[in-house]
Design a protein around this ligand. Structure first.
Ligand SMILES: C[S@@+](CC[C@H](N)C(=O)[O-])C[C@H]1O[C@@H](n2cnc3c(N)ncnc32)[C@H](O)[C@@H]1O
Length: 242
């Protein structure tokens, strides 16, 4: 990663997600210029992804789906465990990022599948053991539909995982972190410029739709902003028996 290629990505953030067209068009316009450098830049920004994969720990023979899987970077965190899965599907709406995912998926030709589809509607061929969102729920405008779709595709007892940025409610329920007024006021506007919608309801809805197995609230650094740490959470919930 060179400072010049970082500068191009930073410029993309400054421009933000804008323009005409539907959600899929805006994603493609935003990500296409940065697709080849996406993984390297996001390494210092999208924290906790490996921890989420380890917490989900899909068992041999598991069917796994990532909704909003982008370049498929999380496949690397599964590493050799990929070979024991029945299948692993990377679902995304953005062709530029899926091209990178397709190249990566060739390492596991019998297991990894790349699917161009909307996370709110896509259904895999079978009920799955594990479905997760890695920094994608905040980028899906109809996040409620995406969460409900995720839970619907799980078998009873299957796991829903989420890792994402967020800000707390002003007065969160007991057991949840409370972020300061400045964080709650500034971060949603700043991230919203790039199509990242920070919303405490994501976590609370996931906790309502499933039985919580793990909740970890953390903060992580951003590239080129020393000392600045943005809140994110890791959530794993189990689908209740029907
Ligand atoms: C910040 S990226 C995260 C990518 C990947 N999960 C990771 O951890 O690197 C968010 C992803 O969500 C995808 N996305 C946004 N809305 C979507 C939708 N409705 N259906 C499928 N994917 C969507 C974007 O195209 C993008 O790849």
């Amino acid at each position: 990663m060179t400072p010049l290629s970082d500068a191009r990505i930073l410029l993309q953030f400054v421009r933000g997600q804008r323009g005409n067209g539907d959600h899929a068009d805006r994603l493609q316009r935003f990500y296409q210029p940065q697709a080849s450098r996406y993984d390297a830049f996001r390494e210092g920004m999208l924290h906790g992804r490996r921890d989420l994969i380890d917490a989900l720990a899909p068992h041999p023979g598991a069917r796994v789906v990532e909704l909003g899987g982008g370049t498929g970077r999380n496949l690397d965190f599964l590493g050799p465990r990929m070979l024991s899965l029945e299948y692993m599907e990377i679902v995304d709406l953005c062709p530029a990022l899926l091209e990178v995912a397709r190249a990566r998926a060739r390492r596991w030709p019998d297991v990894a599948r790349v699917v161009h589809a909307d996370a709110c509607r896509y259904r895999p061929p079978h009920p799955v053991d594990c479905v997760y969102f890695s920094y994608s729920l905040t980028m899906i405008p109809d996040w409620q539909a995406a969460l409900e779709n995720a839970v619907a595709m799980l078998r009873p007892g299957g796991l829903l995982g989420i890792v994402d940025f967020y800000v707390s409610q002003p007065h969160p329920p007991a057991g949840f972190a409370r972020h300061g007024a400045l964080t709650r006021a500034l971060l949603p506007r700043w991230f919203g410029h790039d199509g990242v919608r920070l919303n405490p309801e994501h976590l609370h809805t996931a906790a309502r739709l499933t039985e919580t197995v793990l909740l970890s609230e953390r903060r992580g650094a951003l590239p080129y902003l020393p000392g600045f740490r943005v809140p994110h959470y890791l959530f794993v919930g189990r689908k209740r028996d029907a």
